[in-house]
Design a protein around this ligand. Structure first.
Ligand code: AHR
Ligand code: AHR
Length: 509
């Protein structure tokens, strides 16, 4: 089967199909894999999700139209306040009466931070969305004492000063913020207060121990890099016994179609390498609990490169985003959190103007994947046309090398089951440039037992989103139902499409 334009390396023979083994659980799928991230960057927060005085906002200044677009994504966790911004953020300037909060020159992205959206506003926003908060600490210009005060402000029931300030600001009960990040990208020269690996490790160990004293039940996240670097190894060796999660970031994207849609597989390399390093550290240090991975920034991003990052996405990017989510579901034994970077205006599925808001094509695959996901990831394999990995010199802002990971099947799938093993949810991306008819969705040692709900996304015209909002180019969504019996369901997968199938199954016995 020819795949036009690709470096086709052939078909493995036989018709294309996706085989699922619902009895073979590969991991518990945590909802935090469908997490988000918002940073004080450009118009993400200020002038994006938060706009006091707008008739589209509620009394707190939360844009209601943005909330309505965010809710269907069912974000279970929301990281804040950055990103690079976190490394020069002083949280105490963002609490109390707005009129007494100082505006500050901001060094990560430029401009001035008015500090009107602070800790209490963020935590109210998380509550509004039903998302768990995840605060990234300032290890750039910030002090450990300031971090400890922040933990007290958010979580303490004691009669201390900062818990008292929280009460004064209208919140008696502790917020109980579970996730705390030990700095953001501290390895980078773009980071305010960049550190060398030994410097970071020494500092993060001190911070982790102190924060654990203050709040033994919080979950700490160490600052990793790409998952295969010496920085990751050093951080893992120093912090494996002190943290719950090791964070990774990945951005991919390229004007070359195949490079764009296949680069997310680099995340599979990162997970494999990081899992090995974590396992090795745990073995050497005799740890009974092995930290897992938080992919706390990921997305397609290669066009916008200014202080605003208002990337305009096309449907090719949507296929890449769908592939990322499949990868996180398939590897959910290690990936326990993932945060789409970001949610509003800055490299985001949601775009606003003072008059309205709209969704970009990457919005729908996230929404559908998040909506259909069930409790356990189960074994899945895809057979179909194969393409070679893009050459190592393919244009890619990030310089990822994925040629050796190929050949890739044009189909990429993930599957999950509910606890009772009475339902399966499957997500399939067809990155190929030709329609595939009669693709078998095949169950191993189980049979379909009822009506299958099939939803399919294709690009509306293939052009990039452009122009003012609302009215941004969205993906086209079609929905159908089919009675599914026996072990095989036949699917038609158009070229460049994303498909979700939700169906009851019978495991027999
Ligand atoms: O998400 C945009 C930026 O990308 C973040 O601020 C930073 O952590 C990363 O480099
Ligand atoms: O290459 C690193 C990233 O690129 C930084 O996070 C961001 O600030 C820059 O645009």
């Amino acid at each position: 089967m020819a795949v036009e334009g690709a470096r086709e390396v052939g078909s493995p023979g036989g018709p294309a199909r996706v085989v699922i083994d619902p009895g073979l659980v590969t991991g518990e799928l945590e909802r935090n894999v469908f997490g988000g991230f918002v940073e004080h960057l450009g118009r993400c927060i200020n002038g994006g999700l938060f706009e006091r005085g707008s008739e589209l906002s509620d009394a707190r200044g939360f844009r209601k139209d943005v909330l309505e677009l965010l809710r269907p994504l069912k974000l279970s966790v929301l990281r804040w306040p950055g990103g690079n911004f976190a490394s020069n953020y002083h949280w105490k300037e963002g609490i109390g009466p707005t009129s007494s909060r100082p505006a500050r020159v901001e060094l990560a992205w430029g401009g001035v931070e008015p500090n009107h959206f602070g800790t209490d506003e963020y935590l109210a926003y998380c509550a509004e969305l039903g998302a768990a908060p995840y605060i990234c600490l300032n290890m750039g210009t910030g002090a450990l004492s300031e971090a400890l005060d922040w933990v007290e402000y958010c979580n303490s029931t004691a009669a201390g000063y900062w818990a008292g300030e929280r009460r004064k600001n209208g919140r008696d009960e502790p917020y109980n913020v579970i996730y705390w990040g030990l700095g953001n990208e501290m390895y980078g020269e773009w980071q305010v207060g960049q550190l060398s690996a030994p410097e970071y490790c020494a500092l993060a160990v001190r911070w982790a121990r102190a924060i654990r004293r203050a709040a033994p039940d919080v979950k700490l996240v160490s600052c990793g890099w790409n998952g295969w670097s010496d920085w990751d190894r050093a951080v893992i060796e120093s912090l494996a016994g002190l943290v719950d999660l090791h964070s990774l970031h990945i951005y991919t994207g390229s004007p070359d179609y195949w490079e764009n849609v296949l680069s997310p597989h680099q995340a599979e390399r990162a997970v494999t390498c990081t899992a090995s390093m974590l396992s090795q550290a745990a073995y050497n240090q005799k740890l009974s609990r092995v930290p897992r991975i938080a992919y706390d920034e990921w997305n397609v991003w290669y066009r916008a490169d200014d202080g605003f990052l208002e990337e305009r996405y096309d449907f090719d990017d949507a296929l890449a985003v769908a592939t990322y989510l499949n990868i996180f579901v398939r590897h959910c034994d290690w990936v326990k959190m993932a945060n789409l970077a970001q949610m509003v205006n800055a490299i985001a599925p949601i775009v606003t103007s003072p008059q309205g808001s709209g969704a970009q094509p990457i919005y729908q695959p996230f929404r559908l994947s998040s909506e259909v996901a069930l409790d356990y990831s189960v074994a899945v394999s895809s057979r179909g046309p194969l393409v070679a990995g893009p050459a190592t010199d393919a244009p890619d802002r990030w310089g990822h090398r994925i040629a050796d990971l190929g050949p890739f099947c044009v189909l990429d799938a993930a599957a999950s089951c509910d606890r009772a093993r009475g339902r399966v949810a499957v997500t399939i991306v067809n990155r190929g440039l030709v329609d595939l008819d009669d693709v078998g969705l095949v169950l191993r040692d189980a049979s379909f037992g009822g009506e299958a709900r099939i939803r399919q996304l294709t690009g509306a015209g293939g052009a990039r989103s452009a122009g003012p909002v609302p009215g941004l180019l969205e993906a086209r969504l079609e929905e159908g139902f089919e009675q599914a019996k026996g072990e095989r369901l036949s699917l038609t997968l158009p070229a460049k499409s994303f498909c979700t199938i939700e169906v009851p199954i019978d495991m027999g016995g």
